[in-house]
Every structure is written in structure tokens, then in C-alpha cells.
Design a protein around this ligand. Structure first.
Ligand code: HEM
Length: 424
């Protein structure tokens, strides 16, 4: 990877003193100011920054919420109401955190789709990708545990359905389920341990995100062409170019986020969760939050309970094997005329599964869930390996720079900066 001249020159005596003892500023400067980023990154590359922001928002808002929340079956539901009505700006904190979960998942799905479309999981980014899949699993666990804390009807019955799934595992299943519950049914004991774990997980995610970004900075960023950075003119320093783009995208994202927080905070939630948990009354239609719906549809599309559980977890675990299931030697789908169609059909299937997961498990809904589940697995296990071997990719540009200029890119601020730097 080409490097830009280090621009860190400690000027005052303190920074010089510090630099010769703990050069942390030099390291940060190298990684987040001078770091060479491909010059052709599009807005799909801004979601990593947005996700980092969302993780911090969730941790800070969650920390303050936890100062008022009561994790017991007698008080949990009312303490959430108390936060919304009586705590100073409690309504705002609660909306920021609850809507934040949805925004976090929205961003992560786009971040993952970008990774799949541009082949960012392929060598040398396998570890980076697998760390991402681990983050995704941890995020799902954190989202599930957090939703339980509201202790409304949908929280309670959601926990009951999902924890019961483990009982389908042969031999150990019942033991695992009782162990998760901390008793013979979902109760205040379950709620209490879910609260502890929900508090812990974001910090674990934070740790894995550091590894994720570390791994990214070892191998460098992919880009829409999928080509590696070969010469200095293929890249620009991260600051100001990539950082300014990230800042603009974050501002746009924050506008949408704020609109939900201030105007429709409950739009993505479920009306049944405004009724306190009642173990004696099952809601007619139990559905998880929208971001779990595709996986919920896969679970319900399989007639056997164990089969459904295995397929649901398998659909996520499969993602970790993408670097080896994709046999093409071209990274970016942009240059893969046949695979492109299959990939768009895959994205469509995931959205369709999301829609079907929210519908009752009956009639044609089940039939279509089966069709799309089949496609989901066929895409990864058959289409991806086979098309990669058979397809003739389109001609790749000779370099990232060539792709920018060939794509109609005229003189830009970034081009001018590199030209000036090269002249010097
Ligand atoms: C808390 C969640 C996450 C955070 C904070 C995060 C953060 C980041 C950041 C800052 C970048 C660099 C900027 C960018 O490319 O957008 C990045 C890149 C990347 N992330 Fe994540 N990420 C998260 C989740 C995930 C997940 C769930 C996956 C995949 C399953 C993933 C896969 C990747 C890949 C493959 C790249 C490299 C992209 C490229 O260079 O083309 N990330 N991530």
C-alpha cells in the first residue's frame, strides 16, 4: 500500500516530550489523518464511521438509562414509564436508545451489503470480515437482551419463544434452556441476568470493533473497483477527504435518526409492548423487532423445531465462510455481469424474508418463506462457488486512478492535491 508523507510534527515542548515517551498522537495521526484511503470510495464506505458513532451513542445513552432502570419483574415496566414521564429528559434518552438500536441495525445491514457487493471479505480481509460477523452476532444478542428489559408483553413472549428454541437441541437442550431462564420459566431472575449481560455486551462489541479497525488498517480499505492501491496517486490521505465525506454522511444520517426520535419514536416498535408482561396471556401474534425478521422467517419456514433453529443460526454462521465460498478472482460485483443478478436477487430475498417474518406463519406466507430461505442458502452454497468459476468478468481498469478518470472524473480537489504532492 502506498503511503503519504507523515504530517505529524509535534510543535510545542509538551507534545515533543510526550512523543519521545508515548507516541500515541503520532500513531493516531498515522492511522486517522495520513492513512492512505482509496480515492474512489463512495458513500457506502461511510457506514463504518456511522456505526462507530452509533456504538458510542448506545453506550452513553444506555449508561444513563441504567441509572434509572429497575431490573426486577415487579418494577421493570413501570421504571421504563417513569423514565419516559418523570426523569428529566428521560423521554429523549429512552427514544435515543430505542430508536438507536434500529438505526444501528439499519447501518450494519448496509455496511454488510456493501462488503458483500464489493467483495470486501476476500483476501486479505478475511479476518476483518470474520470479526465483523462476530460483531453482528454480538449486536443481535445485545438487541435481543435489551428488548427483553422493557418487560412488556412482546418482550416477555419474545424471550419465551427464543429461549425455548434451545430446548430443541438433543440431550443438552432442556438443561440449556433452564440455565438461561435461571429457573423453570421466564421470570424476574431471567430479567436480572439479561440486564447484566445487556450492560456488558456493548463493551465486548467495543473491544471487537477495535480489533476490526486494527485489522482494516493492516490490510487497507477495499474500494468500488476491488483493486489494490498500487501507486500514491491511487489514494488520498484520510483527512480531510474521507473524514469530510464521513462527516457529511453522518450529518444526513443524524437527521433521519433525529426525525424518528422526535416525531415517530414508537413507529418501529410494537403496540403490545405497551402492555405489562403477563405470563398468563399470550399475544395472538408474537413478532421480534424488524431487524430480526429475516432470520425469524427462516426459523418458521422449517417444519421441524430443531431444523428451524439450525437453519436460523446456520444462515448467520454461513457468512463467516464467504471468503472461501466465493471462488471468483475478481472482488467487485461491478465487474461480474452474471453474479450481479444473483446478488440483487439475494438482497431482494432478504428483504422479502423480512416482510414475511412479520406476517402470520400460515398459507402462502409460509410457502414464500420456504422459497426465499431456499434461495438464501442456495446463493451461498451453490451459486457463489459455481458462478465464480464459470463467469468471465468484465475488463478491469488498470488502476484505481484509471477508474476515477475513465469514469468521467475530471479535476477534483483530491486529484489536484495528489498532483501537487507528486510535483513536490
Ligand atoms: C459495531 C459495528 C461495526 C463497526 C463500528 C464497524 C466499523 C468499521 C469501520 C470504521 C470500517 C472502515 C470504514 C468503512 O469501510 O465503512 C469498517 C470496515 C469494514 N467492516 Fe465494519 N464495523 C462494524 C460491523 C461490521 C460487520 C457486522 C461486518 C460484516 C459482517 C463488517 C465488515 C467490514 C468490512 C469487510 C470492512 C472493510 C470494508 C472495505 O474496506 O471495503 N463490519 N468497519
Amino acid at each position: 500500500m502506498s503511503d503519504h508523507e507523515p504530517s505529524y510534527h509535534p510543535s510545542n515542548p509538551f507534545s515533543k516530550w510526550m512523543d519521545s515517551r508515548l507516541p500515541i498522537m503520532r500513531m493516531m495521526h498515522g492511522q486517522f489523518v495520513d492513512f492512505p484511503t482509496p480515492r474512489n470510495l463512495n458513500y457506502m464506505w461511510t457506514f463504518g464511521g456511522i456505526l462507530t458513532f452509533m456504538l458510542v451513542v448506545q453506550i452513553v445513552s444506555g449508561l444513563v438509562l441504567s441509572m434509572h432502570y429497575q431490573p426486577s419483574d415487579a418494577e421493570a415496566f413501570n421504571s421504563v414509564e417513569l423514565i419516559r414521564r418523570d426523569v428529566n429528559y428521560g423521554w429523549l434518552l429512552r427514544n435515543i436508545h430505542a430508536v438507536g438500536a434500529s438505526m444501528f441495525f439499519f447501518a450494519v445491514y448496509l455496511h454488510m451489503a456493501r462488503g458483500i457487493y464489493y467483495g470486501s471479505y476476500k483476501a486479505p480481509r478475511e479476518i476483518l470480515w470474520i470479526l465483523g460477523v462476530i460483531i453482528f452476532l454480538l449486536m443481535m444478542a445485545a438487541g435481543f437482551l435489551g428488548y427483553a428489559l422493557v418487560w412488556g408483553q412482546m418482550s416477555f413472549w419474545g424471550v419465551t419463544v427464543i429461549t425455548n428454541l434451545f430446548s430443541a437441541l438433543p440431550l443438552v437442550g432442556t438443561g440449556i434452556t433452564k440455565w438461561l431462564w435461571g429457573g423453570y420459566a421466564v421470570s424476574g431472575v431471567t430479567l436480572n441476568r439479561f440486564f447484566s449481560l445487556h450492560f456488558l455486551l456493548p463493551f465486548v462489541i467495543f473491544g471487537v470493533v477495535i480489533l476490526h479497525i486494527w485489522a482494516l488498517h493492516v490490510v487497507g480499505q477495499n474500494n468500488p473497483t476491488g483493486l489494490d492501491i498500487k501507486t500514491k496517486s491511487d489514494s488520498v490521505p484520510m483527512l480531510p477527504f474521507a473524514i469530510m465525506k464521513d462527516a457529511f454522511a453522518l450529518a444526513m444520517f443524524a437527521l433521519v435518526y433525529a426525525w424518528f426520535v422526535f416525531f415517530v419514536p414508537n413507529y418501529l416498535g410494537d403496540a403490545d409492548n405497551f402492555i405489562e408482561a403477563n405470563p398468563l396471556s399470550t399475544p395472538p401474534h408474537i413478532v421480534p423487532e424488524w431487524y430480526f425478521l429475516p432470520f425469524y422467517a427462516i426459523l418458521r419456514s422449517i417444519p421441524s423445531k430443531l431444523g428451524g433453529v439450525l437453519m436460523m443460526f446456520g444462515s448467520i454462521a454461513l457468512l463467516a465462510f464467504l471468503p472461501w465460498l466465493d471462488t471468483s478472482n475478481v472482488r467487485s460485483t461491478k465487474y461480474r455481469p452474471i453474479f450481479k443478478w444473483f446478488l440483487w436477487a439475494f438482497f431482494f430475498s432478504v428483504v422479502a424474508l423480512g416482510y414475511l417474518g412479520g406476517k402470520p406463519a400460515e398459507g402462502s406466507y409460509v410457502m414464500w418463506s420456504r422459497v426465499f430461505t431456499l434461495y438464501y442458502f442456495a446463493f451461498f452454497l451453490i451459486i457463489m462457488p459455481v458462478v465464480g468459476l464459470l463467469e468471465t468478468p468484465r475488463k478491469l481498469p488498470s488502476s484505481i486512478m484509471d477508474a476515477v478518470l475513465g469514469g468521467g472524473g475530471g479535476p477534483t480537489a483530491a486529484n489536484a492535491a495528489t498532483a501537487a504532492a507528486e510535483k513536490r
